[in-house]
Design a protein around this ligand. Structure first.
Ligand SMILES: Nc1ncnc2c1ncn2[C@@H]1O[C@H](COP(=O)(O)OP(=O)(O)OP(=O)(O)O)[C@@H](O)[C@H]1O
Ligand SMILES: [Mg+2]
Length: 287
C-alpha cells in the first residue's frame, strides 16, 4: 500500500495507520481525508476474490436502510489491481476484542447486548439483506459503551452503542455474486463455528442462517464457550449435518425462556429458527 488512496469517485485519502490483517489477506487501515476526518479502509491486493468481495459489500450497502450501520464512503479499484472499500470509522472495539470484559457482565447486560444485535439484524432482514457473517468480530461496540465497560459501570446498552460491520458475505434478496464465486472456486468461506449447517448445501447467506450464527454468538456470550466441540476442525459443519446434532441442554440462566431461545436459534432446520424480530422480542421480555 502506498501512503495515498484515490477512490473511484475521485476522493483522496492519506493512509495513517495499518490496523490489522485478516485471515483472508485483507489489510485494514485508518485513513484521513484532506479535512482531517478519519475513515476505515479495507484493501485486498490483486485478486478476483478481493474484487468480488468489495463489490459485493458495496452492493449490499446500497440496499441498507439501517442508519445505525456504518456507512460506505467509496469503492477503490486501483491500477495495480488493489480493491477495497472505505467506510466511516467506528471508534470502538469489536466483541471479540472485548470478550473478557463482556463475559464478566451480569447476565441481564449480556441479554441487553444480544437484543441490540437482534435489533440490527431485524433492520437488515426487513430490507431483504442477509448479513452472512455474524460473529464476535463483526459486531462493534462504540467508544461510548467501551469506556463504560472498562470503568465497570455497566450502563444499560442501547442499539446506538452497537454496529454490525463486514457486509462482504451479505446477500440482497438471497443473491450474492460473492457466494457464487466462492462456491465455484473455494468451497465454503466464513467463520466456521458460526456457519449454519444448511450452508454446506446452499452456500448462500440467508436471514435464517444469520439467526443460527447469532445463536452461536449468544451461546458464547451467555455460557462462555462455543456450543459445539471443535475437534472436527474444518469438517465441523459436515459433522453437524451428518450427525443431526443434539445440542446439550444449556444450563439454566434463570432468565425467562432465554436458554430455550438459544436452543431454537441453533436448530439444524433453518425453518424452525426464530426470526430476528421474534428473537429481539423474546430477549426484551426476558429483561
Ligand atoms: N468501519 C469500521 N471502523 C473501524 N473498525 C472497523 C470498521 N469495520 C470493521 N472494523 C474492525 O476491523 C475488523 C475487520 O473488518 P471487517 O470484518 O469488515 O474486514 P474483513 O477484511 O472482512 O475482515 P475478516 O476477513 O477478518 O472478516 C473488524 O473485525 C472490526 O474490528
Ligand atoms: Mg470480519
Amino acid at each position: 500500500m502506498t501512503s495515498e488512496v484515490n477512490t473511484r469517485n475521485g476522493l483522496h485519502f492519506l493512509v495513517q495507520d495499518h490496523l490489522s490483517t485478516s485471515a483472508s489477506g485483507a489489510h485494514h487501515f485508518r485513513l484521513m481525508d484532506p479535512d482531517g476526518h478519519h475513515y476505515f479502509g479495507k484493501f485486498q491486493p490483486g485478486t478476483t476474490l478481493g474484487k468480488l468481495r468489495y463489490q459485493n459489500e458495496t452492493m449490499a450497502f446500497t440496499h441498507v436502510q439501517d442508519d445505525e450501520l456504518e456507512g460506505i464512503v467509496d469503492y477503490v479499484d486501483r491500477d495495480d489491481a488493489t480493491h477495497g472499500v472505505i467506510l466511516e470509522l467506528v471508534e470502538g472495539t469489536d466483541l471479540y476484542a472485548a470478550i473478557e470484559k463482556l463475559l464478566a457482565l451480569p447476565v441481564e447486560e449480556k441479554i441487553a447486548l444480544l437484543s441490540t444485535v437482534a435489533h440490527h439484524l431485524e433492520g437488515l432482514h426487513s430490507g431483504n439483506i442477509a448479513h452472512g457473517d455474524i460473529s464476535l468480530r463483526n459486531v462493534m461496540l462504540k467508544k461510548s459503551y467501551e469506556n463504560e465497560l472498562h470503568q465497570g459501570t455497566h450502563r444499560r446498552i442501547t442499539s446506538k452503542d452497537v454496529l454490525l460491520v463486514d457486509l462482504a458475505l451479505a446477500s440482497v434478496n438471497s443473491i450474492s455474486p460473492y457466494w457464487f464465486f466462492i462456491e465455484q472456486n473455494h468451497g465454503l468461506s466464513g467463520s466456521w463455528i458460526y456457519m449454519p449447517p444448511e450452508m454446506l448445501h446452499s452456500k448462500m447467506s440467508s436471514p435464517a442462517g444469520d439467526m443460527y450464527s447469532f445463536g452461536v454468538l449468544a451461546y458464547i456470550l451467555l455460557y462462555g464457550k462455543e456450543p459445539f466441540p471443535m475437534e472436527y476442525g474444518i469438517d465441523h459443519v459436515a459433522y453437524l449435518v451428518k450427525k443431526s446434532y443434539h445440542l446439550p441442554s444449556p444450563p439454566p440462566l434463570d432468565f425467562n425462556g432465554v436458554e430455550e431461545l438459544v436452543f431454537h436459534l441453533l436448530n439444524p432446520e433453518s425453518r424452525h429458527r426464530p426470526s430476528a424480530r421474534e428473537t429481539k422480542e423474546k430477549l426484551y421480555e426476558a429483561l
